[in-house]
Design a protein. Structure first.
Length: 92
């Protein structure tokens, strides 16, 4: 419900609700390890929507997932609908 760069709103939401629900930083994080690091720093969310084809490589996606997992975040693997018929993403 927030702008993709509204770190303060995400952090406030996570502080209020994050103990009982997952606050997924989809557009906030864009599967980008630098943005995940900032989210960890400011407490912006507690879950990652991992989109392998959004970040550009499998190794970058694994880095993003591992950063999140190490901090106890939930990680959900997704894909952008309609972009691919490749089932590889389902096997991650």
């Amino acid at each position: 419900p927030f702008d993709q760069d509204d770190w303060a709103a995400y952090a406030e939401c996570n502080a209020t609700l994050g103990k009982t629900v997952q606050i997924v930083g989809d557009d906030l994080l864009v599967t980008n390890s630098k943005r995940i690091a900032k989210a960890l720093e400011v407490g912006a969310c507690n879950a990652l929507l991992l989109k392998v084809n959004q970040i550009g490589s499998v190794s970058e996606a694994i880095t993003a997932a591992m950063m999140s997992i190490k901090k106890g975040w939930g990680v959900m693997v997704s894909h952008r609908s309609g972009e691919t018929e490749d089932s590889f993403i389902a096997d991650l």
